[in-house]
Design a binder for this molecule. Sequence first.
Ligand SMILES: Nc1nc2c(c(=O)[nH]1)N[C@H]1C(S)=C(S)[C@@H](COP(=O)(O)OP(=O)(O)OC[C@H]3O[C@@H](n4cnc5c(=O)[nH]c(N)nc54)[C@H](O)[C@@H]3O)O[C@H]1N2
Ligand SMILES: Nc1nc2c(c(=O)[nH]1)N[C@H]1C(S)=C(S)[C@@H](COP(=O)(O)OP(=O)(O)OC[C@H]3O[C@@H](n4cnc5c(=O)[nH]c(N)nc54)[C@H](O)[C@@H]3O)O[C@H]1N2
Ligand code: SF4
Ligand SMILES: [Mo]
Length: 710
Amino acid sequence: MTQTKLGVCNLCEAICGLTLTIEDGAVTQIRGNEADPLSRGHICPKGVALADIYTDPDRLRRPVRRTGTGAEATWTEISWDEALDTVADGLAKAINENDKNALGIYLGNPNAHSLGSMTHGFQLIKTFKTRNKFSASSVDQIPHMYVGMLQFGHQLLLPVPDIDRTSYFLVFGANPMASNGSLMTVPDFPNRVRELKARGGRMVVFDPRRTETAKVASEHHFIRPASDAVVLMAMINTLFAEGLTDVPTYVDHVEELQRAITDFTPEYAETVSGVPAEEIRRITREFAAAPGAAAYGRIGLSTQGFGSICQWAINLLNILTGNFDRIGGVMFPEPAIDAAKNGLLSAGHFGVWRSRVRDMPEFGGELPVSCFREEIETPGAGQIKAVLTLAGNPVLSTPDGRRLSEAFAGLDFMASVDIYLNETTRHADVILPPTTALERDHYDLVFHTLAVRNTARFTPAVFAKEKDAMHDWEIFREIALRTTARIHRNTSLVQRLSERVRLSLSPTTMITLLLALGRKTSMRELRKNPAGVDLGPLRPTMPGRLHTKDKRIDLAPAPLVADLDRLRAGLPVPAEGELVLIGRRHKQDCNSWMHNSERLTRGKPRHQLLMNPADLSSRGINDGDVVRVTSRVGSVDVEVAAAEDMMRGVVSLPHGYGHQVEGIRLGNAAGVAGVSINDLTDPERLDVSGNAALSGVPVTVVALVPAEVG
Ligand SMILES: Nc1nc2c(c(=O)[nH]1)N[C@H]1C(S)=C(S)[C@@H](COP(=O)(O)OP(=O)(O)OC[C@H]3O[C@@H](n4cnc5c(=O)[nH]c(N)nc54)[C@H](O)[C@@H]3O)O[C@H]1N2
Ligand SMILES: Nc1nc2c(c(=O)[nH]1)N[C@H]1C(S)=C(S)[C@@H](COP(=O)(O)OP(=O)(O)OC[C@H]3O[C@@H](n4cnc5c(=O)[nH]c(N)nc54)[C@H](O)[C@@H]3O)O[C@H]1N2
Ligand code: SF4
Ligand SMILES: [Mo]
């Protein structure tokens, strides 16, 4: 029997609508759904591979328990009941014998892509009240959220480029041709850029690598890694110096801002960034003159030592040129469920408490993940004794992952909710695998909030859940209820009952209620229109949407102005011959997983260190050699590939590689080569927000003599 069903891809932020052909219960084809008002039929190679996860024999389908450690470890399937009780026992023991902070929690990226995680995962974490909460956000977008909180009054207020109507798209440190967009849900980026250029618009890209995005841009400029803050401030400086500002009425501290940045001249920026001063001036003028321009910066910008200053400067460029809250500029989407408005997520807070060992500030209730290892290894009150990871692989995705792995090995207890045995979950005593994307209902609570067009879509599960499988939200409910029942804490019967009721509402029921509250559409309408409902293009909403008390925007928030001194002191002019490391993403990769999908991993290897040919020859290294890359933190040995696309002095490794663990067959990789870039990145290098500075790590690269190549 052949059936056609609509689905949704949850592998990146583009949230593409899919049409699946199912024959005799097996997916035989996946295409983009042309009727989808947001994704308009777009699909990428990962979307086509979505069913590989569902059928993957390596994927865990039942809970497993570990006996033995390291290469001697073996995993045995156990029942859900036994697994959940073991997890509850282990977590409660750590808390009862120490205190609530003895539990460390890590949340990974796929939580943002699962409805059940959004509705029940946060609930689970709240029940534990631990201060030792970490997530992939602090190796990703905390600077955006921190600046959103400081300037717009809410961590979720992130301006999104109006890409379909802009005439000038200025991009720093993002590669949407490979990533499909981030904090800018933009399915079908390639066509949207084509349309932008066809209507006479321009895309200008600043990146130390001539990326896939740079190659389709109107202009690409090499920029020294981690020097963007100075270039951006020089642009702001130019706006003031040349009288190019067009400031809205609802902003404060224009003069303070102007005073604070007078020394960041284009000439100074040229010395640290390599971007000629006259180019900085020309681009600033063109940006200011364009009828609708949007400045945008992503991972390359937020994961550097001055990530918050960079995101602040991006906002300033948009605001000062009148492009903020303007058609063709940047605007705040108006999702059918507005998590900022209805209080699902708080406005955010910073430094309300600090980490025990390094005294680092929390943001929005999370500590920087760069502090995770030391909180496990340093004895004393508040030490982490047990860890719970939810859909994350911090051993490969956070700085000095190798050392974090050693710390996990020394824990009293660890549990992971994950669909694979991998570099992180192999340390867990128990792994609890939930159902996957095709088996669960989806409404996107996160990415409609960041989309280039206002739409809403509810997608019922494509396949029914198998007998003896659990959804993530059911697992979270059980961990919460079983663990709290074992924790010696004074909770009233009423409290416990209300917690049980809240955790027992299904995600779909909660979405139905939230849609009714938002009054933009309803579950009934979404069920009638499974391809999605179009709520129209982005539109100006200022200053009404601001969450600041006075409904005004502070152009010069004190903590960011103060950080300018660190910027002045922290950017030495690069020395001759110095190399710095940056990361990269490929279209067919998905952070650290999906490497066991045959159709995504075949073809040319892509794990190599990319290096400019001139940097190779000056070191006597040949294309294809195995080299040793060394940072303050560690070394890796990897093949090098000559790449004209790399700026001189800059080398690049993809993240999410490095799957070999001796003696263990990992479920997230079938013999994929490569090393982990995060065995080189440094947990000591942080932005003021606590976000890791993954970009611009100083490294040396030497060729290994054949005898050393293992
Ligand atoms: N050097 C460097 N490091 C980086 C980055 C970089 O650019 N450079 N990027 C950073 C960024 S932006 C991010 S977001 C992080 C990602 O960091 P993480 O979130 O820690 O890593 P992922 O590789 O996304 O791991 C996802 C995990 O979730 C599991 N999983 C997949 N689907 C599901 C599901 O439906 N349910 C459950 N329970 N588990 C599931 C997978 O098996 C995998 O173990 O990496 C960061 N690290
Ligand atoms: N195919 C694929 N798509 C993905 C993912 C994936 O793993 N694979 N991951 C998803 C996730 S979790 C995220 S957060 C997004 C990220 O989305 P993007 O930010 O678009 O992704 P990246 O490709 O990491 O782009 C970062 C760019 O910054 C550049 N860069 C590095 N350092 C600097 C610097 O100092 N200055 C400047 N100007 N540029 C710099 C890099 O060369 C790179 O081109 O992608 C998402 N989409
Ligand atoms: S662009 Fe992203 S959401 Fe769309 S099919 Fe590819 S991975 Fe899935
Ligand atoms: Mo990310």
